[in-house]
Design a binder for this molecule. Structure first.
Ligand code: AMP
Ligand code: ZN
Ligand code: FE
Ligand code: FE
Length: 277
């Protein structure tokens, strides 16, 4: 059984609609798919309908923006009830990220042909405006060729155009995910090419708060990082997941390129408040 529990759609910064994502999962032989758009559940309904029609098993989730000491942490949440205690973070993140994206565009506009209107047009139905949409606007303007290229240069956190955003502490978010009946998993904890990562010491507080597991097998982790995170996970008794973090054509990540073991999925299903589709 192929289980890939981390994928994005046009509802956040992926390029496939929820319908296209589920059909793609079917086409490439993913049996259990997680839909985890950034800070929104707005893709759940469409994805659920198509999952039933296509015979793909769907695990509903989201990827929640958090930070510690100015360093970004992405917290996956699975099978939670979309209650205010948790979804308030989505509303905050949507507003804060939008304002921050506007500031980055302002900074870039001094040197590049880009406007906020361009970026909004590209974001389209997306609930969350982020750097991927800014990258797409620069690509549409002919300045760069790929999101990868833009992220490695003018959108990198070390660059002068970058603006950080305030996000809640992951320990608070983990507690809120659990209170909403969800299952919290720390996404790509060592994705160093995206900027500074949170130190290993942060694991213990998250474990105490109720962390279920951690993404070990992820494209942004080198073999050394995989070994290091596995050892930390074993030390704390955390479950280990592997995922693609598929974004459609916006990233090289291919659906099903990493997967999660069936035994880990079983535990997520036992602990989560919602059934799988
Ligand atoms: P933001 O939340 O606006 O800072 O944008 C971060 C998002 O950009 C991440 O969640 C990824 O989906 C995406 N991203 C990060 N690095 C890259 C990359 N190298 N190429 C394309 N997309 C990326
Ligand atoms: Zn993303
Ligand atoms: Fe992420
Ligand atoms: Fe992601």
């Amino acid at each position: 059984m192929r289980i890939d529990l981390h994928a994005h759609t046009t509802i956040s910064d992926g390029t496939d609609t929820p319908t296209q994502l589920v059909r793609k999962a079917k086409a490439v032989g993913v049996d259990v798919l997680g839909i985890t758009d950034h800070d929104t559940t707005a893709g759940w309904e469409e994805a659920s309908q198509v999952a039933v029609a296509e015979g793909v098993s769907l695990v509903r989730g989201a990827e929640i923006s958090c930070s510690i000491d100015g360093r970004t942490v992405h917290m996956l949440a699975y099978l939670f009830r979309p209650e205010p205690r948790l979804t308030r973070h989505f509303e905050d993140a949507t507003a804060v990220r939008r304002e921050r994206a506007r500031q980055i565009v302002d900074n870039l506009a001094a040197d590049y042909p880009i406007t906020w209107e361009n970026v909004l047009a590209i974001a389209g139905e997306s609930q969350v405006v982020g750097r991927p949409h800014i990258a797409d606007a620069l690509i549409a303007a002919g300045v760069f060729h790929s999101r990868e290229e833009v992220f490695a240069t003018v959108l990198h956190p070390k660059h002068k155009y970058y603006v950080h955003y305030q996000a809640p502490d992951p320990r608070e978010v983990i507690a809120d995910i659990r209170a909403a009946g969800g299952v919290p998993v720390w996404a790509h904890p060592r994705a160093t090419k995206r900027g500074k990562v949170v130190p290993t010491a942060a694991f213990s507080g998250m474990v105490t708060a109720g962390l279920f597991g951690v993404e070990v097998w992820h494209r942004d982790h080198s073999p050394e990082m995989v070994a290091a995170i596995s050892a930390i996970a074993d030390h704390y008794g955390l479950e280990k997941l592997g995922s693609s973090d598929y974004h459609g054509t916006g990233k090289p990540n291919q659906l099903g390129e990493n997967w999660t073991r069936a035994g880990v999925l079983e535990k997520i299903l036992q602990q989560g408040a919602l059934p799988r589709i």
